[in-house]
Design a protein around this ligand. Structure first.
Ligand code: SF4
Ligand code: SF4
Length: 247
């Protein structure tokens, strides 16, 4: 069987999503039998984008002009384009200051220097191109990336999750950090699929996987308010990973 030809890369990102794939050490030998990692600058050099790809896996968001060119090239040269991780899907942590004046941010970070310009407010991939599938998470779970690769071999794409982290958490029979300990846990509003990784360690959910579809924000805010967390602090926390939450 012919290997599937992949392009894997990052835009404005921390490389955590790509590293999660590279950390699938047990599975990598089998993956290398089935896939050609033709363009994967983080792992292979030289990396030259050339020819057609069966799929492009893209981490990170858009914030620089050259990233637009790269993403357009990846889109036009790939049958499928998959947004991997919260930065690519929602804007993620890179976009957490999107609501703040950019000139003010620029002065705070670079002083009066005019050299560090040319960037723009971080945007998800789908602001520029059509995205065929998404993998949520910051970073995604290993099993989700392996599931994506297996699906590509079978010609299928991942089915989006629609359950909150609380569902995973209850399956694990965890003590609820929100109702029992009055901690600001964002599980009720956050997409599950992570097996409640943080609450299972006694750490409140930070919302890194983005919003659950059709989240009942009003009901959740009521619950948070009962624990003395007002709307403003909840929305501010939610925006760390998904800047589009409306206040
Ligand atoms: S989604 Fe998280 S792990 Fe992936 S690039 Fe963005 S910040 Fe890094
Ligand atoms: S600890 Fe958090 S994720 Fe778990 S059930 Fe409570 S609110 Fe939901």
């Amino acid at each position: 069987m012919k290997k599937l030809r992949l392009a894997i890369t990052g835009l404005t990102a921390c490389s955590g999503c790509q590293l999660t794939l590279l950390n699938c050490e047990a599975e990598l030998p089998q993956l290398l039998e089935k896939f050609e990692f033709h363009y994967f600058p983080l792992a292979c050099s030289p990396a030259v984008l050339k020819g057609r790809y069966d799929a492009a896996l893209v981490e990170g968001c858009l914030s620089m002009p050259h990233e637009r060119q790269l993403l357009l090239a990846l889109r036009s040269q790939s049958q499928l384009l998959i947004a991997v991780g919260s930065c690519a899907v929602w804007g993620g942590v890179a976009a957490l200051k999107n609501g703040t004046d950019r000139e003010l941010l620029r002065r705070q970070v670079y002083g009066q220097s005019r050299t560090a310009v040319g960037t723009f407010s971080p945007q998800p991939l789908q602001s520029l191109v059509t995205v065929d599938a998404v993998i949520n998470g910051c970073p995604p779970e290993k099993k989700e990336l392996i599931g994506l690769m297996s699906g590509l071999l079978l010609g299928s794409l991942p089915v989006p999750n629609d359950q909150p982290v609380c569902s995973d958490c209850r399956m694990k029979e965890n003590l609820c950090l929100l109702t029992e300990r009055a901690q600001l846990c964002l599980g009720p509003l956050t997409l599950g699929g992570c097996e409640a990784r943080c609450p299972s360690q006694g750490v409140p959910c930070e919302g890194c996987r983005g919003p659950v579809p059709e989240a009942n924000l009003g009901e959740a805010l009521e619950l948070f308010l009962q624990k003395e967390y007002g709307r403003a602090i909840v929305i501010e926390r939610l925006r760390r990973f998904y800047p589009e939450w409306k206040s």
